[in-house]
Structures are given as structure tokens and as C-alpha cells.
Design a protein around this ligand. Structure first.
Ligand code: ADP
Ligand code: MG
Length: 276
């Protein structure tokens, strides 16, 4: 299987207008993960997964439940240590080789994450603004006024209704909870945004609006995004390139259009046809 590049994008199926096409051939990747492996007991959740993510790019990860998608994201979010692998991000040659303290600093500054389950990303009983403020406190900000303003700015950018600024996520709809997670994840303007099934379980219309917000944020901030979804419609909407996982391994990779319209691997063909 060959690694496809943006220069091979199918003529006439250009990236959505507002998305800047990454210059894959001219700049080194922002993120390069090499040979990631992770085992839980007898389950090899991730097996020698390698991937690149370029500045401003959106990379999708698809695959059936249990294929190791969330495990890859947890490794890249430095929540867990891998059994093997290297993790280059920005100026860091290998984040896995850093001390826990250095990892925490890199994580706060450079990485934001949104989980499918808001309970993993938020304190549901604290105010929504307080959830954002907490992220800034961890980064060292102490002035109340600055915390408040940053919370308002970040929640606005995530198109969260400011009339509900101080409501706890517990009292909000699923779509609103995801907007709070997104505001928290992007409050410190990370270079890398990890999204694990961010719209799964939301009503279709709510999902479409959250996806719109994600597209706006991506276009404005030029953040690089790794999005996991088993919904190929979501991947089609957002991702420049896609990797397909099965049983902890990458079985196919390439431009989203090419992989979804002309899948080479039998497993990808099954995934694509199951969704038609
Ligand atoms: N903390 C854990 N302890 C034990 N097994 C786990 C743990 N996390 C994931 N797994 C197993 O690893 C495999 C991959 O899981 P996961 O990464 O969550 O897949 P996906 O996100 O693609 O559904 C599954 O078999 C899952 O049961
Ligand atoms: Mg998962």
C-alpha cells in the first residue's frame, strides 16, 4: 500500500474551499508517530501504528468498534504509555521519552482533546465557564478577569450560547456539552486537536451544527486535527486524509475521497458499503 499525498488529489474533487490544503511535500509533519504498540492483558489494542499529521491538516481514523482507535488517541494524548513507539510533535523529538512533568507541560500547551463521553472531558457539576477556567489555571493563569474573558472568548468561538455560560454541563444538551469540551480543548490554542467520536450520539441536525463549528475553528485557527469516527459521513465532511484500522493495525490509508470511493482493502470495502 502506498502513502498517498495531496498532490494526487482527484481533479475536480478539491478540498472544501475554506480548508487550506496542507503543503505535504514542502514542510515536515507536525506530528509523526512511529511503531505505536499497546497491549491490555491479552488484547493487542494497538499494533505498530505509524501516522503523520501535517500543519493545518485533518486526518480521520475509521474502523469498527474495538479496532484500537481510542487507544491510539489516548497514547497521543499522553494518557497512557505505549509498549513501543516514538512520538514526534513540533519541536519534541519523542514525547514518550520525556519525564511526566515535561509531558504534562507539552500536553497542556500543545494538545486538546474532545471525548465522545463528556463525562471524560468535563466536570459536569462545575459551571461551563469554570471548566474552561480550570484549563487556563493549569497553564498558570491566575487573574480572575483574564480567566473569565478567556472562557467567554473560547466558548463564543465554539458557538456556545453565552446566556448559559455559568450553567453546569450536567444541565446542558449533548450538543452543548460537546461545545464546552471543544472550548476547553481549544482554549489554549493547541497545535493538535484530538477528537474521539465528537458527534456520536447527537441528533443529526445537532451533529451537523457541531461539525460546522469544527470546520470554522479548523479554518480560523489552522489547528491540526486527528478525528476518530465510525461515521464515514463525518470523516468525509472533515478529513483530508484517512487511515483505516482493524484489530489494532492500519490496513489502509490515503486521501479521504480515494479511500472512501475506491477502497482497496476488503475490510474498507465492507465498512464503506455497510454505510451506503
Ligand atoms: N483500559 C483497557 N483495558 C483493557 N482493554 C482495553 C482497554 N482499553 C481498550 N481495551 C481493548 O482494546 C481494544 C481496542 O479498544 P479501543 O481502542 O477502545 O477501540 P475503538 O476505539 O476502536 O472502539 C478493545 O478490544 C478493547 O476492549
Ligand atoms: Mg473508541
Amino acid at each position: 500500500m502506498t502513502e498517498l499525498t495531496m498532490t494526487e488529489r482527484i481533479p475536480g474533487r478539491a478540498a472544501p474551499a475554506e480548508r487550506e490544503v496542507p503543503r505535504l511535500m514542502t514542510a515536515p509533519p507536525l506530528l509523526r508517530a512511529e511503531g505505536l504498540s499497546k497491549r491490555y492483558g491479552s488484547v493487542q489494542a494497538v499494533r505498530e501504528v505509524s501516522l503523520d499529521l501535517y500543519a493545518g491538516e485533518v486526518l480521520g481514523i475509521v474502523g469498527e468498534s474495538g479496532s484500537g482507535k481510542s487507544s491510539v488517541l489516548r497514547l497521543l494524548n499522553l494518557e497512557e504509555a505505549p509498549d513501543a513507539g516514538r512520538y514526534h510533535l513540533g519541536e519534541h523529538q519523542d514525547l514518550f521519552a520525556l519525564s511526566r512533568r515535561q509531558q504534562r507541560e507539552a500536553r497542556v500547551r500543545d494538545i486538546g482533546i474532545v471525548y465522545q463521553n463528556p463525562h471524560l472531558g468535563l466536570r459536569l457539576r462545575h459551571s461551563s465557564s469554570g471548566n474552561i477556567a480550570e484549563r487556563l489555571l493549569i497553564a498558570g493563569e491566575r487573574r480572575f478577569q483574564t480567566l473569565r474573558e478567556a472562557a467567554v472568548t473560547s466558548l463564543s468561538a465554539s458557538e456556545f450560547p453565552l446566556s448559559r455560560l455559568d450553567d453546569p454541563p450536567l444541565t446542558l444538551s449533548g450538543g452543548m456539552q460537546q461545545r464546552v469540551q471543544l472550548a476547553k480543548a481549544t482554549a489554549l490554542k493547541p497545535r493538535l486537536l484530538l477528537l474521539d467520536e465528537p458527534t456520536t450520539g447527537l441528533d443529526v441536525s445537532v451533529q451537523a451544527r457541531v461539525l460546522d463549528t469544527l470546520r470554522h475553528l479548523q479554518a480560523e485557527r489552522a489547528v491540526s486535527i486527528l478525528i476518530v469516527s465510525h461515521d464515514l459521513g463525518v470523516i468525509r465532511t472533515l478529513a483530508d486524509r484517512v487511515i483505516v484500522m482493524r484489530g489494532g493495525e492500519v490496513v489502509e490509508r490515503g486521501l479521504t475521497d480515494q479511500v472512501l470511493e475506491d477502497p482497496q482493502h476488503a475490510y474498507t470495502q465492507q465498512l464503506v458499503h455497510a454505510k451506503l
